[in-house]
Design a protein around this ligand. Structure first.
Ligand SMILES: [Zn+2]
Length: 80
């Protein structure tokens, strides 16, 4: 039920993923700097790269949605 509802909102899912990734970067960076742990700092870099991937996913989903809207409006205007 929840998954079906989320499947209809891909932009929301991609945005949530990006938000979680950025939160993880900030949290790992803070803990890494406070503890001086190189392992946790490298995890922050890992999460930063995950954020970039999530950013591309959001961009792809948004581009697809914009194209769909453009095609729909183009068909509507050219059908008469
Ligand atoms: Zn990862």
């Amino acid at each position: 039920m929840l998954l079906a509802a989320l499947a209809r909102r891909p932009q929301l899912v991609a945005l949530a993923s990006l938000t979680v990734d950025i939160t993880m970067v900030v949290a790992k960076l803070l803990v890494g700097l406070l503890t001086g742990s190189l392992g946790i700092l490298s995890e922050a870099v890992h999460s930063l790269l995950d954020s970039v991937a999530s950013g591309f996913a959001l961009l792809a989903v948004r581009t697809t949605a914009a194209r769909r809207t453009w095609r729909r409006s183009w068909r509507a205007s050219s059908s008469c």
